[in-house]
Design a protein around this ligand. Structure first.
Ligand code: SAM
Length: 293
């Protein structure tokens, strides 16, 4: 879909874009193809696309032969997409808030894609279907959506997402840098990042005020921690980063016995004065294992 086609669709339907929904549409064919290539799609894959907009990415995802479940919040766009992909059997569209949808699914511990949609026929994948997230995310809800999926027990095997550059850098951050923090660890526990490329603002219509980048995340197999210990990990890192400049031991003392913490810190070689931003993912995992015993 070219920029001219996008403008014509918006004009003919009298569609005014909504800034609060992050409606910056990607029209650059090269960037769209790079995103799809990073997803390494096979015809057996199930793809979740959040925020399909006018469908420039959707079109390429479907061309790969994969099935696509798209969730779009703006009803004006779902009306258009239903017409545009009316006769495509592998396309399912939900009109919903994606974050609400994922949180509802997480409550039941169901895989987000294992869903017979009320609006389309048979989108139910076989139990073994691989599923991936490929999306140009609405920036205002990108971080909570990524965390929700990253911590989901049936999270996607791969996530290829376009984000605000600053957020992508936080996901991929190295320990002991300003970008390293809660987002790095909550996503890094179950996902490894491999590859980040910038997308110039001029590739979007309208051009966003912020810089953008696409990042690829691959699920770790086997997981570094099981379900129960993952919940403990979330509690520990949230508490440890609750006041970034404070010593981690002091912060953790409000939730765990001091003697247990001191013994764990000594075993792992963490200084009692250490702040969370100096502590690696591996050491946080070690801490959780010791606190769980
Ligand atoms: N994928 C399209 C593209 O690349 O051109 C559009 C991407 S645009 C950055 C984000 C899209 O997400 C918009 O279509 C917007 O309406 C939609 N959106 C915003 N918030 C949403 C939410 N909470 N749930 C689902 N879709 C949302």
């Amino acid at each position: 879909m070219t920029l001219t086609e996008m403008r014509e669709i918006l004009k003919s339907r009298d569609l005014q874009l909504t800034k609060s929904l992050g409606q910056n549409f990607l029209h650059d064919g090269n960037q769209l193809r790079r995103i799809v290539a990073a997803a390494e799609l096979a015809a057996t894959d199930k793809v979740l696309e959040i925020g399909p907009g006018l469908g420039p990415l959707t079109e390429l995802l479907l061309a790969s032969g994969a099935s696509v479940l798209a969730i779009e919040k703006d009803s004006r766009l779902t009306t258009f997409l239903r017409e545009r992909f009316a006769n495509v059997p592998k396309f399912t569209l939900l009109h919903d808030d994606a974050l609400d949808y994922l949180q509802r699914r997480a409550g039941g511990l169901q895989p987000p894609l294992d869903v017979p949609s009320p609006e389309a026929g048979d989108c139910k994948p076989p139990a073994t279907a691989r599923w991936k997230l490929v999306a140009n995310l609405p920036y205002s809800v990108a971080s909570p959506i990524l965390v929700e999926l990253a911590l989901h027990p049936h999270g996607p095997e791969r996530m290829v997402v376009t984000l605000q550059l600053e957020v992508a850098q936080r996901v991929a951050a190295a320990r002991d840098t300003d970008s390293y923090g809660l987002l790095t660890l909550l996503i890094g526990l179950h996902y490894q990042h491999s590859g980040l490329f910038r997308i110039p603002a001029g590739c979007f219509f309208p051009a966003p005020d912020v810089e953008s980048a696409c990042i690829t995340l691959t699920r770790r197999t086997p997981p570094l921690l099981g379900g129960q210990q993952t919940r403990l990990f979330v509690r520990v890192v949230k508490r440890a980063f609750s006041q970034r400049r404070k010593m981690m031991l002091k912060l953790l003392k409000s939730e765990w016995p001091e003697d247990k913490l001191q013994a764990a810190f000594a075993t792992l070689g963490i200084s009692p004065q250490e702040r969370a931003e100096k502590v690696s993912l591996e050491v946080f995992i070690g801490l959780c294992r010791l606190l769980a015993t």
